[in-house]
Design a protein around this ligand. Structure first.
Ligand SMILES: Cc1cc2nc3c(=O)[nH]c(=O)nc-3n(C[C@H](O)[C@H](O)[C@H](O)COP(=O)(O)O)c2cc1C
Length: 174
């Protein structure tokens, strides 16, 4: 499928089947997150795969937005690996971790879409609770969670998906 068509077809899935994702597909999705560009090529992204019974039970305690996904990827960046611009006069000690991790997450999201795996991007969680509940190493900074799975019979885009502002609102010539 042409990329723009793929991008327009994607929507946030909130109704997942319990069917697990095939290992080969999960491997391809994670691979898509591996090869992304990152600032100075420092590659600070890290993916925690949550799919065990114990992991899913913990997941349900850290976010209401779990939607019973069979697999959640918690996308973090490693503070020890991230590029930092100490000289930025606008942002104090700016680091590119959120950008790097978001590029990885976005790329995985579209790889999943291409494989017929539906996704939901989740930021509705408290980072400290996530770090404590999963016992993450202290250098790992949670950025988002990517829910993955197959749609169930209630699946479909909600109204927000169809509300997009026109291109003129987004583009300005300087
Ligand atoms: C940064 C970000 C955070 C989001 N967090 C949540 C979330 O916590 N819970 C949720 O149900 N959806 C979440 N979403 C999904 C958005 O609500 C959704 O992308 C938006 O309404 C547009 O709908 P669409 O993805 O179906 O096109 C998030 C999306 C982004 C990009």
């Amino acid at each position: 499928m042409e990329f723009l068509e793929l991008a327009k077809n994607r929507y946030s899935e909130r109704f997942f089947d319990s069917k697990p994702i095939e290992q080969e597909k999960l491997d391809r999705i994670l691979e898509a997150g591996r090869v992304v560009p990152t600032a100075c090529n420092y590659q600070p992204q890290h993916f925690f795969v949550i799919r065990s019974e114990e992991g899913i039970a913990k997941l349900k305690t850290v976010t209401h937005f779990h939607y019973n996904v069979p697999v959640m990827i918690l996308v973090c960046y490693d503070m020890r690996e991230v590029w930092t611009n100490l000289g930025d006069r606008y942002y104090r000690n700016y680091n590119s971790g959120e950008q790097d991790a978001s590029i990885a997450a976005t790329t995985m999201m579209y790889e999943a879409e291409e494989l017929g795996v539906h996704t939901i991007w989740i930021r509705g969680f408290d980072s400290k609770t996530v770090v404590d509940t999963f016992g993450l190493p202290e250098q790992m900074i949670p950025v988002m969670m990517l829910g993955l799975g197959y749609p169930n019979d209630r699946a479909g885009a909600n109204a927000w998906h169809f509300k997009r502002r026109p291109i003129e609102d987004f583009v300005t010539e300087l």
